[in-house]
Design a binder for this molecule. Structure first.
Ligand SMILES: [Zn+2]
Length: 93
């Protein structure tokens, strides 16, 4: 299956061990929803919520957001393992 235009220019991340970059990626996913028409598929947390508690700790060991491309239906997952301090943003299987 060929990727659609929207998916073609998506900046995915296989694995990133720097959690400081997670927030910029969360904002990126938010922009995909707000500006490119991607829809929110599922997830325990809202992309619009903060991922950190008032004390600065992550809200959970695992934080993930799933979105879907409006043109071809591909699903993507922004997944963070805050306990082991890494995240990824890639096609959701
Ligand atoms: Zn697509």
């Amino acid at each position: 299956m060929k990727k659609c235009k929207k998916c073609n220019r998506l900046g995915t991340v296989k694995w990133c061990g720097d959690m400081r970059l997670f927030m910029p990626y969360k904002d990126y996913v938010k922009e995909l929803i707000d500006n490119d028409g991607f829809s929110i598929v599922d997830g325990m947390y809202s992309i619009y919520d903060s991922c950190k508690n008032p004390d600065g700790c992550w809200i959970d060991d695992i934080i993930s957001f799933e979105i879907q491309c409006p043109d071809c239906g591909r699903k993507y997952s922004l997944f963070a393992d805050t306990y082991h301090s890494w995240f990824s943003f890639k096609k959701y299987k």
